[in-house]
Design a protein around this ligand. Structure first.
Ligand code: TRP
Ligand code: SF4
Length: 335
């Protein structure tokens, strides 16, 4: 009996360089999933345009940067399919098929649309494309025939709509597209370096390919337990963002060392931060170099992407054929 692996699809919007939040929240899961499932991971450049089209930002270098980062941290193009959304135009055809059967009301209820209307109006992104964000996402998933989607909690409402759209499609056209389910994976929440919620506008994140000097500077600038105004004051690691980061990056032994040293004023915050720096840097060192090589060797990265896109498009074209047939489109001309 041959084993049929379930298909997993996920993507990241190509809006900028990746940081620790992307690694612990998304990428780390992908690296595990590629071993167990047939995986498709995409750089979502159309989704990036929805929020940034007016900035005439260059999406191409971001796509390259992100894909190089994924591979540097452990995604293996031999084990999963890595591709670029806009290079799979079949997706947009399926998007249209879904658009004709998706009631406005479903989309109006999505939190990210409902709640940020003011901001969207100010940035001129209160647009049809952005309104249809979850519909395009549904097409991304369904075009691969994927049934599992690893996503964060903030994306659950999008995926619910995806399920409803696919269900409606299947019942209207007697089709059998798989209904996507969220793959709830454990992912650590990474707080901002200042203890607040991590946010681009606060600048309180650590880029994955940060150079050592800049990394050290960032860590040195982190606030600590305010009770430790002086070296001789004992502190409480639980209220300190530096300890929050140790929990993500340091060994149990180091964690004990911090708790012991902090609560007894046995170590200074400088020592504590130096240890954190060296632990983070050790983790980032190799990926940082690998990424540099990948970005330098344009041909190799292009070949990986080209190969991924080819494989994805083959799947996409197969799906599209069944979709067109199910909708009883004109079937006479083979393209
Ligand atoms: N919405 C996702 C994000 O915010 C990106 C994305 C686009 C995606 N299409 C998808 C994720 C399909 C999972 C499945 O990064
Ligand atoms: Fe924070 Fe470490 Fe200083 Fe304690 S010793 S307050 S955990 S930086």
């Amino acid at each position: 009996m041959s084993e049929i692996k379930l298909r997993v699809m996920s993507g990241m919007r190509s809006t900028g360089p990746l940081h620790m939040g992307h690694y612990f929240g998304v990428l780390k899961n992908w690296i595990v999933l590629q071993e167990q499932y047939t995986c498709f991971f995409g750089a979502m450049d159309w989704h990036a345009q929805m929020g940034k089209y007016k900035e005439s930002f260059e999406v191409d270098p971001i796509v390259r940067d992100n894909i190089a980062e994924w591979i540097a941290w452990g995604l293996d193009p031999q084990k999963c399919c890595i591709y670029v959304q806009s290079l799979v135009p079949e997706t947009l055809e399926l998007f249209m098929a879904f658009a004709v059967l998706t009631p406005m009301g479903w989309l109006e209820r999505v939190n990210t649309w409902k709640d940020s209307t003011e901001e969207m109006k100010q940035t001129d992104t209160h647009n049809l494309g952005r309104f249809a964000y979850p519909v395009l996402q549904t097409a991304d998933i369904a075009i691969m025939g994927a049934s599992l989607v690893p996503i964060g909690k903030d994306q659950v409402s999008h995926l619910e709509i995806s399920r409803e759209i696919v269900r409606r499609f299947n019942s209207l056209y007697k089709a059998k597209l798989p209904e996507p389910k969220p793959l709830l994976t454990e992912n650590a929440m990474v707080p901002g370096t200042d203890g607040r919620k991590m946010s681009n506008s606060y600048g309180n994140f650590i880029p994955l390919s940060e150079e050592p000097k800049a990394l050290e500077k960032r860590i040195r600038a982190m606030p600590t337990d305010p009770q430790r105004a002086r070296r001789e004051n004992p502190g409480n690691p639980e209220v300190c963002p530096v300890y929050g980061y140790h929990k993500l990056f340091s060994s149990d032994e180091d964690l004990k060392w911090v708790v012991q040293g902090c609560t007894t004023a046995g170590i200074g915050c400088g020592d504590c931060k130096a240890r954190l720096f060296s632990n983070i840097n050790r983790l980032c060192e190799k990926p940082r170099e690998t990424k540099k090589e990948l970005l330098h060797n344009t041909n190799r990265l292009d070949a990986i992407i080209h190969d991924g896109v080819q494989r994805v498009r083959k799947e996409a074209q197969t799906t599209l054929k069944t979709v067109r047939a199910a909708m009883k489109f004109f079937g006479g001309v083979q393209s």
